[in-house]
Design a protein around this ligand. Structure first.
Ligand SMILES: *[C@@H]1O[C@H](CO)[C@@H](O)[C@H](O)[C@H]1NC(C)=O
Ligand SMILES: *[C@@H]1O[C@H](CO)[C@@H](O)[C@H](O)[C@H]1NC(C)=O
Ligand SMILES: *[C@@H]1O[C@H](CO)[C@@H](O)[C@H](O)[C@H]1NC(C)=O
Ligand SMILES: *[C@@H]1O[C@H](CO)[C@@H](O)[C@H](O)[C@H]1NC(C)=O
Length: 457
């Protein structure tokens, strides 16, 4: 069985909400996850409520507990930072605050026996840590935050082992109850985390006009592999007879026109289908089917390779022409190139590329004519093809490299300035970058997530 979820702006919200363990609680009111379903705006909310430590630092065990809770709190803060990046709008937290205050006072009202409670507390904490374990593989999928995630992994593993020690000291407790709670929590957390990962394109909103500059045709982009603090913009005006790449330190600098560096490429480019990936620019060399990898740090071409049998120089361009035969792009899964060959009758071929050697790792033949495609972009290993570069264009066809199957789709988008010469997905920003008739625009995407459950066969 598969559970289906939609998400607009994925948000995992782990909150530690305190209450004093020197008060009686029902087991269910220890560690728990509230409302893991999406809210009205499509955000995924996980509110984890944990026992408070501050009033209970009288003995060694309590201090230990205090430290552990602090760690969990640190992890949860990091997760919030992680999500600030993806959802850009934190208003929801404000609204949640009063809800949380209500819960806190509710817990405070409950009085009771201290001793059973302390034991209970460790049980809950241990249960919680067990429940965090399944997050590890899920977090692993969220590649763009690999560094933060490996930190979480270490923390979660460490906390679990520390808790195991405490558990031994404290002795027996109700395994059955713990197990049941672990199962429930695991399911909910997993659902929440899965929403951060790949999905199927459902909707395109926008565009938001970032800047108006350059000719009618061009490309602009950021590096999906860059660390979250770095948000350089690269700008490549025109589709031919140019080899100047402008770099800006941020989108704000780009809007203000404050350039930080200029690169003079050794070869002219063809088309507008370049991509910046992991510190290198990948582009199609003018009048050839050669792909060039230019490294920004060294300011040199580090690799060049011909894309065998690919049509070039307006043999198989997109509908608008402009030598847009060879389209380089990146998604969650890596680097790709989209083109057409005579062997595939001018229909689109998708190839996965090795980002270092530019060798083709694997190819898929579609039945969609490249000359009838307006643009194409890759999300999570699925290629989405628009049917025109003009007003009324929509995402008309999709091809999944996972299943090697295609689908006709009907996903409209607003072609605000009537001519689209570039449309590329950026996995880090979860946005489509577009060059819309001399306007640099951004579209938001809504992805539909298929969450695997244990029942999956
Ligand atoms: C939590 O983070 C703070 C600030 O980074 C750090 O000083 C503290 O030691 C961390 N606590 C634990 C238990 O890791
Ligand atoms: C795990 O945490 C404990 C207590 O904070 C610390 O002493 C230990 O070095 C940590 N182990 C690892 C592998 O990080
Ligand atoms: C995308 O969604 C975010 C969050 O709602 C919003 O702030 C931003 O303006 C949207 N961008 C576009 C291009 O619509
Ligand atoms: C990005 O480049 C660094 C070295 O610059 C390399 O270690 C890393 O594996 C690269 N990542 C990808 C996804 O290619």
């Amino acid at each position: 069985m598969r559970a289906l979820f939609t998400v607009l702006k994925p948000l995992i919200f782990l909150t530690l909400l305190g209450y004093c363990p020197s008060m009686t609680i029902k087991p269910k009111e220890g560690w728990q996850v509230f409302s893991s379903a999406q809210d009205a705006d499509g955000r995924c909310i996980c509110t984890v409520v944990a026992p408070e430590q501050s009033l209970c630092s009288r003995d060694a065990k309590s201090r230990q507990l205090h430290q552990l809770l602090e760690k969990v709190q640190n992890i949860s803060q990091s997760i919030e930072v992680l999500n600030l990046r993806t959802q850009r709008d934190f208003q929801y937290i404000m609204r949640m605050e009063s809800q949380m205050k209500g819960l806190r006072s509710k817990f405070r009202q409950i009085e009771g026996n201290r001793r059973t409670l302390l034991t209970k507390n460790f049980q809950e904490l241990k249960g919680k840590m067990d429940e965090l374990q399944p997050l590890i593989p899920v977090l692993e999928q969220y590649k763009t935050d690999a560094k933060l995630i490996s930190h979480f992994k270490g923390e979660i593993r460490n906390l679990s082992s520390v808790l195991l020690g405490i558990q031994e000291e404290i002795g027996a407790y109700d395994y059955e109850e713990l197990q049941q709670r672990a199962l429930t929590l695991e399911g909910r957390l997993r659902n929440c985390m899965s929403k951060l990962t790949c999905g199927k394109l459902m909707r395109i909103t926008g565009p938001m006009t970032i800047k108006t500059s350059g000719t009618r045709f061009g490309a602009w982009m950021t590096d999906p592999q860059a660390s979250p603090r770095i948000n350089k913009v690269w700008y490549m005006d025109s589709y031919t007879n140019n080899k100047i790449v402008r770099e800006y330190r941020s989108v704000a600098d780009f809007v203000a026109g404050v350039e930080s560096r200029t690169y003079n490429l050794p070869f002219h480019w063809a088309g507008t289908n370049h991509v910046v990936y992991n510190g290198s620019l990948y582009y199609n060399k003018y009048q050839s089917n050669i792909i060039v990898r230019y490294n920004f740090d060294s300011g040199r071409v580090v690799t060049q390779r011909a894309l065998e049998s690919a049509g070039f120089h307006n043999v198989y361009p997109y509908t608008w022409g402009g030598f847009s035969d060879i389209d380089l792009m990146a998604d969650e899964l890596g680097l790709w190139v989209v083109y057409a060959t005579n062997q595939n009758a001018g229909n689109i071929v998708i190839s996965k590329l090795d980002p270092l050697t530019l060798q083709v790792l694997k190819s898929w033949n579609t039945e969609y004519s490249k000359r009838n495609a307006g643009e194409s972009f890759m999300i999570c290993g699925t290629l989405y093809i628009t049917n025109s570069h003009l007003t009324g264009a929509k995402v008309y066809y999709s091809y999944s490299t996972k299943t090697a199957t295609y689908e006709y789709t009907d996903i409209p988008f607003h072609n605000q300035y009537f001519h689209m010469s570039m449309l590329d997905y950026n996995a880090r920003d979860r946005a489509l970058y577009g060059w819309n008739n001399g306007h640099q625009v951004l579209f938001n995407v809504t992805l539909f997530h298929v969450i695997k459950t244990d029942d999956d066969s």
